[in-house]
Design a protein around this ligand. Structure first.
Ligand code: VAH
Length: 313
């Protein structure tokens, strides 16, 4: 039985149906801090900072794997650093401790390109680059990577992790991230609105389409344990683009779409991150290969969002 923590979030929302298809509807338990949506799932309200509540759910459902997808993201974390740190770390340590004490088969703990900072190479950032993050979110990801290694080495807990780039999806809105502009921009374009971008036009960031992000996650989790040589977190790449390039790809479909730029505090966060990622270790260890480039993603996003907004293309 698989437990998803943060099932209402951007990744959880999209991952849930995949897990249900792969492992059977009755073998996937969705949890989040409150119940919104997911009427289609077995759902439990869970505050993952509460280890007793987490243990109770794991026990009652005979959980064998956890996907820990609850976190405060980069931009939101900067508004209240200690709250973000406490939430991200407490939930992580609870998941790892439950993994150890209940002898879980596998645990998935996401990291992010936000783990990199000023001193990592910006282009094709290597797997083993120095990690000196600029945000509380990034600090919590680096700590999570080190804790994951610790639990794997010391307790043989099979913790696996990906350093996600910005994830772009139509299924739900992300909340509180620096890469969120790349989702919001599609929603505005579809509705015929103008879009004001909170990052400068030439801010290149690593991104990935949700379909690729989910496939990477499931391929990593299905790989034989012996193939997993990285227990901190795997670099993962999909594509890299700037707001100007994303705008141009949307204008292929909506020639009149207009974007203006008003960079705010999130610009400094974006500037501290890599522009592109070297994911060759993931390719070697478990055969990772992205399928979506920018034009293909834009086509898919517009198709799905058209259905959502009931616009006929
Ligand atoms: C954020 N989407 O913007 C997240 C992320 C790559 C960045 O981890 O905070």
């Amino acid at each position: 039985t698989i437990l998803v923590i943060g099932a209402n979030g951007q990744i959880g929302t999209a991952l849930l149906p995949r897990l249900q298809t792969m492992y059977g509807f009755g073998n996937v338990i969705a949890t989040d801090i409150r119940q919104t949506g997911h009427e289609e799932a077995i759902f439990e309200v869970l505050d993952a900072t509460n280890v007793t509540a987490l243990a109770d759910i794991v026990q009652r459902h005979g959980v064998t794997q956890i996907y820990h997808l609850a976190a405060v993201l980069s931009a939101k974390g900067e508004a209240d650093p200690l709250w973000a740190w406490n939430l991200n770390m407490q939930t992580l340590l609870n998941v790892l401790e439950i993994g150890r004490t209940f002898n879980l088969n596998k645990v998935f703990v996401p990291s992010s390109i936000a783990a990199f900072g000023e001193h990592a190479p910006k282009e094709e950032t290597p797997q083993s680059s120095v990690l000196d993050p600029a945000t509380v979110y990034g600090i919590s990801k680096v700590a999570a990577e080190n804790w994951s290694v610790y639990y794997h080495k010391r307790y043989k807990l099979d913790v696996r992790s990906l350093r996600y780039p910005g994830v772009i999806s139509y299924q739900s809105m992300p909340g509180g991230g620096t890469t969120d502009y790349a989702v919001a921009i599609y929603h505005e374009a579809i509705q015929g609105h103008h879009f004001e971008c909170f990052l400068a036009a030439d801010t290149r960031l690593p991104m990935i389409y949700m379909d690729d992000a989910l496939r990477a996650t499931l391929e990593l989790m299905e790989a034989p344990a012996d193939n997993i040589t990285i227990r901190t977190s795997y670099n993962l790449a999909g594509m890299s683009f700037t707001p100007a390039e994303l705008t141009a790809s949307i204008q292929q479909h909506f020639p009149d779409f207009k974007v203006t730029y008003a960079p705010d505090f999130r610009q400094a966060i974006a500037d501290s991150w890599p522009k592109s990622i070297d994911d060759s270790v993931a390719r070697q260890d478990w055969g990772w290969k992205p399928a979506f480039d920018l034009p293909k993603m834009t086509h898919e996003m517009i198709t799905h969002l058209n259905e959502l907004y009931h616009v006929t293309a």
